[in-house]
Write a protein that binds this ligand. Structure first.
Ligand code: SAH
Length: 366
């Protein structure tokens, strides 16, 4: 037997639920592990940043958020410079990226004046941090439901948001497709199991020929969010940009992973104390958007996107007025953002846009 940490308070609660009602879906497990009102990872812990479980691109270098800010200004121009623009950020974390975006926006006063900033954030703890960091924003509010977003031309961004939405995992067995669930092992600890019901009807066409043993993942909530933006973007001009880690083509594989204090742990090991994510299937999102009638650009790698937006040039400009120590940090930050062995290749960028707008910056070679 391997050493296993004692059950967390959330594991105890989940074990009770499972004893009473049977195994729970992987999606419900993720929802509680991240968002449980008392014990969820984002509710109860300092999740993001050097002191948390993981670091994200905006936390690595201000260049990331500034380039996204410049991309948004460019998009607003392409949209015809509307007098009112809803800017939504999905899962804003500590508010660092939005702060960098708004600093860039301030350089175009007419853009800045047009903005209604709306944050979509489930964690009360993070909403508080966002409100402190963004207190100078003129028109700032939170959305509990995306449908409450004002009806206006729209820009949206989400960095490492889709990867924490719940997913469903299916496994091909000799009896057909079955859903992977979380139950209890002989030792009473959380363990993966397979449900008995046939889920063939929910298996996407690309996976139909997979062999026995294959595991596939679908993320209905991510597709619903993409569909929401498609509907809005068909009515009024705008663009939505999603950046996340994942694969450009749909492929089988169990990608569920957990990080605790920057270390990998088993996904079921310390629920509530670890961040749990899984790869984003960008091809599935692109298909959902095309079906819904929006224009889709990408997915392309984060490295290519940021390079084309001028990440290296921006870093050099910042270095020109930085101390030697700051310059070193800027260089290592740039490498983390665009380096192939770092975030540059694994992370992808996709843009969903109103039909009829020109191709967005970063997606085409200039
Ligand atoms: N974008 C930030 C944070 C990424 S972490 C950054 O790059 O640093 C994921 C963020 O999504 C957190 O803010 C988390 O609380 C939020 N989140 C996760 N699931 C969510 C959900 N279902 N609804 C709203 N926000 C969610």
């Amino acid at each position: 037997m391997t050493d296993r940490a004692p059950p967390t308070p959330l594991e105890d609660r989940l074990a009770l639920t499972i004893k009473a009602g049977g195994p729970i879906s992987v999606g419900d497990f993720i929802t509680d592990a991240l968002g449980h009102p008392q014990h969820g990872f984002y509710t109860a812990h300092e999740a993001i940043g050097a002191a948390g479980a993981f670091t994200t691109a905006p936390e690595v270098s201000q260049v990331f958020g500034e380039l996204i800010g410049a991309w948004l200004v460019d998009s607003w121009t392409a949209m015809g410079e509307p007098a009112r623009t809803v800017l939504i950020e999905l899962g804003p974390g500590r508010g660092v990226m939005m702060a960098d975006i708004l600093r860039v926006a301030a350089k175009r006063p007419d853009f800045e004046r047009s903005l209604q900033v709306r944050l979509y954030e489930q964690s009360a703890r993070l909403r508080l941090q966002q409100s402190k960091r963004l207190q100078d924003a003129a028109d700032l509010d939170w959305l509990l439901d995306l449908n409450d977003a004002p009806d206006a031309p729209m820009l949206a961004v989400g960095n490492e948001f889709l990867d924490c939405l719940p997913l469903r995992q299916f496994q091909k067995t000799e009896r057909g497709w079955r859903e992977r669930v979380v139950g209890l092992g002989a030792d009473g600890r959380l363990a993966f199991a397979l449900d008995n019901r046939d889920v063939a009807a929910d298996v996407p066409p690309w996976a139909e020929g997979e062999p026995d043993g294959a595991i596939i993942e679908i993320r209905p909530e991510a597709e619903e969010i993409v569909q929401f933006f498609c509907e809005r973007l068909k009515k009024r001009p705008g663009r939505a940009l999603f950046i996340d880690y994942g694969h450009a083509r749909s492929a089988p594989g169990d990608t569920l992973q957990a990080l605790r204090g920057h270390e990998r742990v088993g996904p079921l090991e310390t629920p509530g104390e670890a961040d749990i994510t899984a790869h984003v299937d960008f091809a599935a999102l692109a298909r959902a958007a095309i079906e819904a009638g929006a224009a889709v650009y990408g997915p392309i790698t984060q490295g290519a996107f940021l390079r084309r937006l001028g990440a290296a040039e921006r870093t050099e400009r910042l270095k020109a007025r930085a101390t030697a120590e700051q310059a070193k940090l800027l260089d290592s930050g740039l490498d983390r953002l665009i380096g192939a062995g770092e975030m540059g290749e694994l992370f992808k960028v996709i843009c969903i846009a109103s039909p009829g707008l020109p191709a967005p910056a970063g997606f085409v070679e200039l």
